[in-house]
Design a protein around this ligand. Structure first.
Ligand code: KIV
Ligand code: ZN
Length: 513
């Protein structure tokens, strides 16, 4: 069933979210799902319904709002998980259950403690069960690439017979190399008698930096017609195949791949910014397509060439993927309608008038302090805005700090905890350190900071600083993001946001017993 259409299956909200610290609440997930719909991805894997009530709710919410993409839930190969996935997907226009079980000798023996025959039976049973609930079934043999070819052929032939419509071959641990992975898919398709009854899919992890290359080889050599990928390559360990790279490779080298896609690439940069600001995973400047330097020409020879004829050094157009060259979009005098329109243009849909009002008030406050407001500022502003029904225990109020050469910096911070105002003061190695210690002097979370990073949202020192703080406590890892023209304030906001997420995670764990 190799057509010339390549299906883009986005798993930012499932496999991407498995990245430590990248967890998102359901409103953040819906916002990203809306951007994926705008991007015209074919399938959105919205979560793993049976893994938590939070994931179930997020899938249900996305299924009821997103109408142009197929909504998918991951599910282990058992009746309970599959029923839960089907339940969460009830409101979807088009639903898919993605069920998986490990097939490599190592995983079967050490992780599942099951014999190959037991795995074979369970795979078959679960696809049969799922097929009675939903028509569109994807099956993944986890660690498929390290599985025995004969056994894999046996399992995949059986699940296709039971009604699996997509067969996904994961390189779960990122061990493949392009030529071998491409040939692996090709061999499977050649050896399995009913292989033409399913669409073949690739799912590659990036442990050796080859996820995109392996996925493309699976398409070109193996004849796969679905690629599983994430925005910015987000995902566990070194991440997944990056959507923007795979899409732009297939589009730019249409001469070689000869494939069409539904994707509208103009929304790629906005999607990348949204995922980065929501998760706190900063995009490296030299990242292909979406990195800040991806289209920057610093050397004189290159600049000269591009000015004379763009294609001397550019194989893609920055504007085609949504780089808008830091447009000044709004200022102090802009009204609520202009702000609302800009939110719409950026694909941000706030649910209620009160959320728009709150975001507009923050915009006005920012415009008083910063004359030029860029798209990036607006996106940061709304991702700072709490649009969730999760409880925001801590909220920033104000901060003052003093630092002078040769003296130890001091900070005083006012913040609310469950609506009650607190003031904390501390010294520290620097003003940021002093401010965060001032918060901890009251909160006493005991969390360990495992990452702190500052990024200028729109490039210059006039820009807002965007701070990411990653905290770890009792095995839980969360990222908090805060932005402000004052990076000490941005740091305090990021720290409070991370504390809120830690608290919400603890509440969810407690609720699940
Ligand atoms: O990497 C993997 O094997 C997966 C499967 C669950 C598809 O994410
Ligand atoms: Zn994966």
């Amino acid at each position: 069933m190799a057509t010339d259409k390549l299906i883009i299956f986005d798993t930012t909200l499932r496999d991407g979210e498995q990245s430590p610290g990248a967890s998102m609440n359901k409103d953040e997930k819906l916002r990203i799902a809306r951007q994926l719909e705008r991007l015209k991805v074919d399938v959105i894997e919205a979560g793993f319904a049976a893994s938590s009530n939070g994931d179930f709710d997020a899938i249900q919410l996305i299924a009821s709002h997103i109408k142009d993409a197929t909504i998918c839930s991951l599910s282990r190969a058992n009746d309970r998980d599959i029923s839960r996935a089907a339940e969460a997907l009830k409101g979807a226009n088009s639903a898919r259950i993605h069920t998986f079980i490990a097939t490599s000798a190592l995983h079967m023996e050490k992780k599942l403690r099951m014999t190959p025959d037991e795995v074979f039976e369970q795979a078959k049973q679960s696809v049969r069960f799922a097929r009675n609930l939903v028509g569109d079934i994807e099956f993944s043999p986890e660690d498929g690439y390290r599985s025995d070819m004969d056994f894999l052929c046996r399992v995949l032939e059986a699940v296709i017979k039971e009604g699996a419509t997509t067969i996904n071959v994961p390189d779960t641990v990122g061990y493949a190399v392009p030529e071998l992975y491409g040939n692996f898919i090709k061999t499977l398709r050649e050896r399995i008698p009913n292989s033409d009854k399913a669409i073949w899919s690739v799912h590659c992890h990036n442990d050796l930096g080859m996820a995109v290359a392996n996925s493309l080889a699976g398409v070109k050599i193996g004849g796969a017609r679905q690629v599983e990928c994430t925005i910015n390559g987000l995902g566990e360990r070194a991440g997944n195949c990056s959507l923007e790279e795979v899409v732009m490779a297939v589009r730019t080298r249409k001469d070689y791949f000869g494939l069409t896609m539904n994707i509208d690439p103009i929304h790629i940069v906005a999607a990348s910014r949204m995922v980065s600001q929501t998760t706190g995973f900063v995009v490296q400047p030299n990242k292909a397509v979406v990195g800040a330097n991806a289209f920057a020409h610093a050397s004189g020879i290159h600049q000269d060439g591009v000015l004379k004829a763009r294609d001397t050094y550019e194989i893609m157009r920055a504007e085609d993927v949504g780089w808008s060259a830091n447009k000044i979009v709004l200022g102090k005098l802009s009204g609520r309608n202009a702000f609302k329109q800009r939110l719409q243009d950026l694909g941000v849909q706030l649910e209620s008038e009160s959320e728009i009002n709150a975001a507009f008030a923050r915009f006005k406050e920012l415009a008083d302090r910063k004359s030029d407001i860029f798209d990036e500022d607006i996106l940061a502003l709304v991702s700072d805005e709490s649009v969730s029904d999760e409880i925001e225990q801590y909220a920033f109020v104000s901060l003052s700090q003093h630092s002078e050469t040769g003296e130890r910096p001091q900070a005083s911070i006012v913040f609310t905890a469950n609506g009650k105002e607190f003031k904390g003061s501390s010294d520290g190695n620097g003003p940021v350190d002093a401010s965060l210690k001032a918060i901890e002097s009251h909160v006493k979370s005991g969390a360990e900071m495992v990452l702190y990073s500052v990024n200028a949202i729109s490039g210059s020192t006039e820009s807002q600083g965007e701070v990411t703080v990653r905290l770890q406590n009792s095995g839980r890892v969360v990222n908090g993001v805060g932005s402000d023209p004052d990076i000490v304030v941005a740091s305090a906001k990021a720290y409070l946001s991370a504390l809120n997420k830690l608290q919400n995670k603890a509440d969810r764990v407690a609720a699940q017993g």
